[in-house]
Design a protein around this ligand. Structure first.
Ligand SMILES: N[C@@H](CCC(=O)N[C@@H](CS)C(=O)NCC(=O)O)C(=O)O
Length: 215
């Protein structure tokens, strides 16, 4: 899809969906090649990363290699490089605020999704499933139907990194509660439409299972 020569991309992360899956989905949406590099020896790798954390995107162009930390910076960088950030200033900004809304939602979901690991109190979990989830779905419905933009995607006529972030967050929640979208037909249609995009469908057919799936 991109006319100019893209760098070589290596995405370094633990072998789970975690914070990296929305980056993998961004590559899939942009139909751009990347190498998924699973961390095998974190103690050795940690001090070699820019901030002692993953995900890290390693970008190589000719002799130049660049390590990019922070998932939020990486997804925005990929959005710009792969032209998945909207076409106008308005679409860029809508992409940003939808992305931020998905991140706000995700910040509530993660401690609940990994409740055992985080030791999340039962009342915090109950509040999420009984109140905060519905409130976030309402926000997403509102953003998707917003008259501020045109077109079927969150920022307009074509999918952007905002759609990636919302989709990935929905997907994590759906792995826990399959009935989640039963009363949200527009979000359900969005979820299915995104999953059937060419690069995305190919990624979904071969990716590792979600760690959020109930065993
Ligand atoms: N704000 C950072 C947070 C990164 C982060 O917390 N990464 C975790 C994995 S999800 C990590 O590297 N943990 C291992 C460690 O900190 O030693 C981002 O979004 O990339």
């Amino acid at each position: 899809m991109n006319q100019r020569t893209l760098p070589k991309f290596e995405l370094i992360y633990f072998p789970i969906h975690g914070r990296a899956e929305m980056l993998r989905l961004t590559f899939a949406l942009g139909q751009a090649e990347f190498t998924d590099v699973p961390v095998t020896d974190w103690a050795t790798l940690k001090p070699q990363t820019p901030l002692g954390q993953v995900p890290v995107l390693k970008e190589t162009q000719g002799e130049d290699t660049w390590l990019i930390p922070q998932s939020g910076a990486i997804i925005r960088h990929l959005g710009r490089v792969l032209n998945l950030y909207g076409q106008t200033e308005r679409e860029h900004t809508i992409t940003d605020y939808v992305l931020e809304s998905a991140m706000d939602w995700r910040a509530k979901f993660i401690p609940v999704a990994f409740a055992k690991m985080f030791g999340t109190a039962q009342d915090v979990q109950d509040r999420y499933w009984n109140e905060q989830l519905a409130s976030n779905l309402k926000t997403m419905d509102k953003l998707l139907a917003s008259p501020t933009k045109s077109g079927p995607w969150f920022a307009g006529e074509s999918p952007t990194i905002a759609d990636v972030a919302v989709w990935d967050t929905l997907d994590g929640n759906l792995a826990k509660r399959a009935e989640l979208l039963d009363n949200h037909p527009a979000l359900r249609a969005f979820y299915d439409r995104f999953a059937s995009l060419p690069g995305v469908a190919a990624h979904l057919a071969t990716r590792r299972p979600s760690e959020h799936r109930q065993s």
